[in-house]
Design a protein around this ligand. Structure first.
Ligand code: SF4
Ligand code: SF4
Length: 215
């Protein structure tokens, strides 16, 4: 009791690009979220997650790892160590382009892309993710639009994203938006599918099946 752990060396010994080190200091290990890895492993195809050898192949093959605050290798380690807050508020999960190269190359067969998807889901339902980060706002608004109307409408989606993240960009891109609208390539209307009831039924059945599977 009472020992101080330097999280930076405890969890992430060595960094690929010198960025994204964790500086949170914890006093007790209980400050970490110990059930986080189980939850993510459950959604992202199981316990293979625990067998990561930290070889860094995923980070080396990832085409966008240079833009991420934590590389895929670090994210896997952070999930295992219980750094829930840092993982869910990181830009990494939102920058993942779902290209699957990390998953294909991982020598331990860890489904890293699925881990990223699981983290996106968790981030959306948690209080940690940035409500102003464009990729997460876009993903969230896209999901809500499809849920409400059965279809995505690009115009309203972009409008929402700019208003929530950077209204100045909306002003900057207005001229381009107007040109696209004039040539019929961008609509400001919210499109809807005809039979929304069928979609609701389908979603309810998926929910029920997921609940049954979890029991
Ligand atoms: S490639 Fe696989 S084993 Fe290697 S660091 Fe990434 S997740 Fe871990
Ligand atoms: S799936 Fe995501 S994390 Fe994996 S290599 Fe592609 S962009 Fe990187």
């Amino acid at each position: 009791m009472g020992k101080t752990i330097d999280v930076k060396t405890f969890a992430l010994n060595g960094t690929a690009n010198g960025r994204g080190e964790i500086h949170r200091r914890i006093k007790y290990e209980s400050e970490l979220s110990r059930d986080f890895k189980e939850k993510i492993a459950e959604i992202a195809y199981g316990e293979k997650l625990y067998s990561c050898i930290q070889c860094g192949t995923c980070s080396a093959t990832c085409p966008v790892s240079h833009y991420m605050d934590y590389t895929p290798r670090k994210i896997i380690q952070m999930v295992r160590e219980g750094f829930k807050e840092e993982v869910l508020s990181s830009s990494t999960v939102w920058l993942c382009a779902s290209c699957y190269s990390c998953t294909v190359e991982c020598p331990k067969g860890i489904k890293i892309t699925d881990v990223m998807y699981a983290l996106k889901r968790e981030a959306i339902s948690s209080a940690y993710h940035s409500k102003h980060f464009p990729a997460s706002v876009l993903a969230n608004s896209f999901f809500k639009q499809v849920l409400d109307h059965g279809r995505n409408s690009e115009g309203p989606l972009l409008l929402k994203m700019y208003l929530k993240t950077n209204p100045f960009m909306l002003i900057k891109n207005m001229k381009l938006g107007f040109k696209l609208w004039k040539t019929g390539r961008l609509s400001l209307k919210t499109e809807k599918i005809k039979n929304k009831r069928n979609l609701n039924k389908l979603l309810k059945n998926i929910e029920k099946a997921e609940e049954a599977e979890a029991k």
